[in-house]
Design a protein around this ligand. Structure first.
Ligand code: GLP
Length: 233
């Protein structure tokens, strides 16, 4: 794992931006993208830049089940707002959270992933070490699957919703095997509340209790963290 430690999230976004600039110059074709607060500053930089994504296919990690793409809380909506409305991509894919059959939507997404092998996968980090919506205990060999979110993840996501009861309890997520199939992985984590998960990811045993710890076994992982997130290393 290559660790890049920066002073704050803004400096981290800048470093990530430079990695994408180089990757695009090298001709990558498929970018695995993420949602959450962490990548917003990176997407802002993409939008403000002259980078051209019109030959790039984007595949997103996950989506809540039970929200339509027009729902402002959906990850579809998030991606439109922060990136896709501003920068044309060749194609964009996100799991279908409006499907009445989450299992079927997961299988359909696996087919899309098999046709679009990921060159560089962007990841945030859950406070419990989850990546995408792969919660602790998820086997490392999972592909896209239907997830029952843990109480801690539901609580962490509640900040984006008007009322706690509106927070979805299920999601469709790329699995750990899907993430690990990416040629390169870039994980970003900022702030004190990520410090425990960062330490377990980097220095802890490789265990399904900390899904991100599997990244220790991938040949090309870069982790960008700020001083606060690095404070327990
Ligand atoms: C959610 C998303 C993850 C994201 C995590 C951290 O659970 N499914 O992909 O990495 O939250 O979010 P944030 O970046 O807002 O801390």
């Amino acid at each position: 794992m290559r660790i890049i430690q920066v002073s704050d999230a803004s400096a981290g976004a800048q470093r990530a931006f430079e990695i994408y600039e180089a990757a695009l110059a090298q001709g990558i074709k498929v970018m695995g993208l993420a949602t959450g607060a962490t990548p917003i500053a990176l997407y802002d930089r993409f939008v403000a830049s002259a980078l051209d994504f019109s030959n790039i296919t984007a595949v997103n990690l996950d989506e809540y089940l039970g929200l339509t793409s027009q729902d402002p809380q959906s990850y579809h909506y998030f991606m439109q707002q922060h990136l896709f409305n501003h920068k044309p991509f060749k194609q964009t894919f996100i799991p279908d959270g409006a499907s009445s059959d989450g299992q079927q939507a997961a299988r359909a997404y696996d087919k899309i992933l098999s046709q679009n092998p990921i060159d560089i996968q962007l990841l945030g980090l859950g406070r419990n070490g989850h990546i995408g919506f792969n919660e602790p205990g998820t086997p490392f060999d999972t592909t896209t699957h239907l997830v029952n979110l843990t109480p801690s993840t539901i609580a962490a996501n509640a900040r984006f919703f008007d009322e706690p009861a509106a927070v979805p309890t299920q999601a469709i997520s790329m699995g750990i095997a899907s993430v690990m199939s990416a040629k390169k992985i870039l994980l970003m984590a900022f702030g004190e509340e990520k410090a425990t998960a960062v330490a377990a990811t980097v220095n802890g045993p490789v265990t399904t209790d900390v899904p991100a710890s599997v990244l220790q076994t991938h040949p090309d992982v870069t982790i960008i963290i700020d001083d606060a997130a690095a404070s327990k290393l």
